[in-house]
Ligand binder design. Structure first.
Ligand code: SF4
Length: 451
């Protein structure tokens, strides 16, 4: 994992100076070697989170750990603990800072996951003993020049449902974790390379913040349904890709002018847009959807050749788009592709949760650079917008559930992959995504599944 995280509610970004919270001491009690302290900018929306001990992350995530964390856990008195699985507890990784991963039990779940869905390390020795990535989840910390931005993984059911304490209450933990992250990565927030808007065209961090502020404003403008707000973001991206030479304060004015200019050209009624191309647009969309709809119950078992073959088989089935939908996750009922096409969009109340989701993804910078396969800003934005029709399609598919629950599950499923599924970084998958955008089918797919 590149950058880590956790949390939410404030109307504007908030800053906390880590230097004022504590001396530069890492979570393991060691003094940090980074002299600069970087503020943490919290989420620009109301969001709550507390762990509700569902054990989902301990079953589906790959828990990466460093050499030091491995040694620390091995030194604990765990060998005869009946709640801990027999070894080996760790599996080597090929490269990177995190050279090991937590092993999983044969029946599924982390080796340290107890029968009550609790982490045995935390239960016996406290949260500081847990590996960094486990302490961080579902938060992310993303470097943004002179500060860290807080992001969040919505694959956690508590995050999607905004259950628990206000995220602002987690600031102290996040500050501590940012020090630990710096020590793992060997660099601080201001060492991160400047983002690019498109290949070979860099933007400095303050301008990236200006650009993202305008996108977040569009997403939070409740005069439109959420789907039109995202189609507006696409329209802004289309114009700015052609040329965006201004910088600084002029950039904000330019982007606001573009925002106003595109408004009359973005159709108000999604049903008025032509449908996506039946033979290419919809096929490309469904092939990508087959990646996002999958949910592995156990990260360790679902691997290797079998996993690859399953993906190919399901991808073909989704490309065909006829007959029974493969059960790629536990929430999908028996349903046919044709039935999903006939169903209606999600209720207006769902816009609130979708707005929260997209505002957090944008404001946290989770959609470009290292958190999203090094994509430039506009490519990253388009890949983020593509998640909306995925969520809409899955919500329609889960019509046997209450509509809001179906939307929450769909977000959970889709965000499990966004920026985190290595398959989405593969060149041929990125090519499919770009083809969908360049053919003009992305906007149509968003409108088609919103109608
Ligand atoms: S998925 Fe979220 S709520 Fe469930 S155990 Fe993990 S952090 Fe806690």
């Amino acid at each position: 994992m590149g950058y880590a995280s956790r949390n939410d509610p404030v109307s504007r970004p908030r800053h906390v100076n880590p230097a004022s919270a504590s001396p530069r001491t890492s979570a393991t009690g060691r003094q940090s070697r980074y002299s600069m302290s970087h503020p943490i900018r919290n989420l620009p929306v109301v969001q709550n989170w507390s762990c509700h001990v569902c054990g989902n992350c301990c079953r589906t995530l790959v828990g990466l750990i460093t050499d030091e964390e491995k040694r620390r856990i091995e030194a604990l008195d765990l060998a005869n603990d009946p709640e801990v699985a027999p070894g080996p507890w760790f599996k080597p990784m090929v490269r990177g800072v995190y050279r090991w991963r937590l092993n999983h039990r044969r029946e599924g779940g982390c080796v340290f996951l107890t029968a009550e869905n609790r982490c045995r390390l935390q239960e016996r020795f406290g949260p500081e003993v847990k590996p960094f990535v486990c302490r961080m989840f579902p938060f992310m910390l993303i470097p943004a020049g002179n500060h860290w931005r807080v992001g969040m993984r919505f694959s956690c059911p508590s995050a999607v449902a905004s259950r628990g304490r206000p995220v602002a209450d987690s600031q102290k933990d996040l500050v501590q974790l940012s020090h630990l992250l710096e020590s793992h990565l060997g660099r601080s927030a201001d060492d991160a390379p400047a983002p690019s808007v498109r290949r070979g065209r860099e933007l400095d961090w303050p301008d990236a913040c200006r650009l993202v502020d305008v996108l977040v404003e569009i997403v939070q403008d409740r005069r439109d349904r959420l789907e039109r707000r995202l189609r507006k973001c696409l329209a802004v991206a289309r114009i700015c890709r052609e040329g965006m030479e201004v910088r600084g304060g002029q950039l904000s004015k330019f982007l606001q002018a573009v925002r106003s200019a595109v408004d009359p050209d973005v159709a108000r009624d999604p049903a008025s847009l032509p449908p996506p191309d039946r033979f290419l647009g919809r096929v490309l969309f469904r092939v990508l959807l087959a990646i996002f709809a999958r949910h592995y119950r156990d990260a360790s078992r679902a691997s290797g050749l079998r996993r690859a073959l399953n993906r190919v088989r399901d991808g073909l089935s989704f490309a065909r788009g006829r007959g029974r939908v493969p059960r790629l996750n536990d929430y999908l009922p028996e349903v046919r592709f044709e039935d999903i096409e006939e169903r209606h969009g999600i209720p207006p109340e769902a816009d609130e949760i979708l707005e929260r989701y997209y505002a957090i993804k944008l404001s946290s910078f989770q959609f470009f650079g290292p958190p999203n396969f090094e994509k430039p800003i506009w490519d990253g934005l388009e890949s983020l917008v593509l998640t909306l029709p995925m969520i809409l399609w899955l919500s329609r598919a889960m019509a046997d559930q209450p509509p809001m629950e179906a939307v929450q599950r769909a977000i959970q499923l889709v965000d499990d992959h966004f920026g985190g599924d290595a398959m989405l970084g593969l060149p041929h998958i990125r090519y499919l995504e770009r083809t969908l955008v360049e053919r003009g089918d992305l906007e149509k797919v968003v409108a088609w599944y919103s109608r």
